[in-house]
Ligand binder design. Structure first.
Ligand code: AMP
Length: 359
């Protein structure tokens, strides 16, 4: 059992070696921690900066044993880590944060939306379906047009399909592979917002100002933060975050995606039990970034301040756009963050730029 707060020099394990893992490693290093990354793919972004990288499948028993032995606490940078891997780590006596419950709920859109509603966080109407007949019934129930999403393993708009009429439900269900789905009512939102929040080991919570998010082709393109929102909207977001964090007995940073309705109400779309792309602005718009905040939380340190010091427009650099690094580097207001990925592919997140302005 590690003793919290973890002393600098301790090692923090991270499942996943993508850009989020890389930025967690950098933040951990700033506080004097070592990081041990477990990731299947060689040459991963985090592997270039971690103190140690174990290249193996997430559920490789020998690698999990090494990770547990080397780390005072283990965290993760994406929510599709196999639940069995986290169970094995726990059996090995590792301290995993956020815990298995947050991961299990976030991995299943039905469990997630049910959890949210049960904890007083409103969502669109939804219904589950596991057969073509149930899919048609679910569309009837929530009303067409509706959005059908696979319960598991969807991200960046993948694994979902619009259903214009109930008679199209069976075809959409088949096109999504015949796996269990949820059918969601179409949300007529005016804006997409998100809130990044954190909960420490002592139960203390903190919330960053909201971000306004713009997607293209299902992928986040831009976030503007702090978003211009009413005090009532900020209040709702804070209440939602507090309920979700408490309901999951959460430790770490969470990203909660919200729909803002014309009447000012906020609905939760989904949450990610990890640092979040819409929180990258905090690197240059706050005193303590979401990455440092996450490390502080899992290490049992006090949480840091979350108020904005600057206004930021965060732009994701997708595919070949990162090749324009010299142009961004020449802009005085731009802070460039590149992920060390060697291969640009269309839509691949290669880096981001935070354009910083006075508040
Ligand atoms: P998700 O994979 O759930 O994050 O959804 C990706 C994007 O699809 C969201 O950012 C929204 O733009 C859109 N979306 C998701 N759910 C709904 C919904 N129920 N109604 C309208 N648009 C949605």
């Amino acid at each position: 059992m590690p003793s919290f707060p973890l002393a600098p020099g301790s090692a923090i394990g991270i499942l996943g070696g993508g850009q989020l893992g890389r930025m967690l490693c950098l933040a951990a290093a700033e506080l004097g921690f070592d990081t041990v990354v477990l990731e299947p793919k060689r040459g991963c972004p985090a592997g270039r900066v971690a103190a140690r990288t174990l290249y193996a499948a997430y559920d490789d028993p020998a690698a999990l044993k090494k990770l547990a032995a080397a780390s005072a606490v283990v965290t993760y940078e994406f929510e599709n880590v196999p639940a069995a891997a986290v169970e094995q780590l726990a059996q090995l006596g590792a301290h995993v944060a956020p815990g298995g419950q947050a991961l299990a709920v976030a991995q299943d859109r039905l469990a997630e939306k049910s959890f949210l509603n049960a904890n007083g966080a409103p969502t669109v109407a939804f219904a589950p379906a596991a057969s073509p007949e149930e899919a048609a019934e679910a569309v009837h129930q929530v009303g067409a047009p509706a959005l059908m999403k696979t319960r598991r393993e969807g991200y960046d708009g993948k694994g979902q399909r619009w259903v214009e009429h109930a008679q199209d439900a069976a075809a959409a269900f088949a096109a999504l592979g015949g796996a269990p789905v949820i059918v969601e009512a179409a949300c007529d939102f005016v804006r997409e917002l998100s809130v990044i929040a954190a909960r420490g080991r002592d139960g203390a919570t903190c919330v960053y100002p909201l971000a306004e998010n713009h997607h293209e082709g299902g992928i986040l393109r831009r976030s503007i933060a702090p978003a211009q929102v009413s005090a009532a909207a900020a209040d709702q977001a804070e209440r939602i975050a507090a309920r979700v964090l408490a309901g999951l007995d959460y430790v770490g940073v969470i990203g909660i995606e919200l729909f803002e309705l014309a009447d000012g109400r906020l609905l939760v779309n989904e949450f990610a039990p990890r640092v979040h792309n819409t929180g990258h602005w905090t690197q240059d718009g706050c005193e303590v970034s979401q990455f440092e905040q996450h490390i502080r939380a899992v290490a049992g340190w006090p949480l840091g301040p979350t108020h904005a010091t600057h206004r930021v427009e965060m732009l994701n650099l997708l595919g070949e756009e990162a090749g324009q690094w010299a142009r961004f580097a020449a802009e005085p207001e731009s802070r460039l963050h590149l992920y060390g990925k060697r291969q640009a592919e269309p839509g691949r997140k290669m880096g981001h730029v935070n354009r910083v302005k006075p508040l």
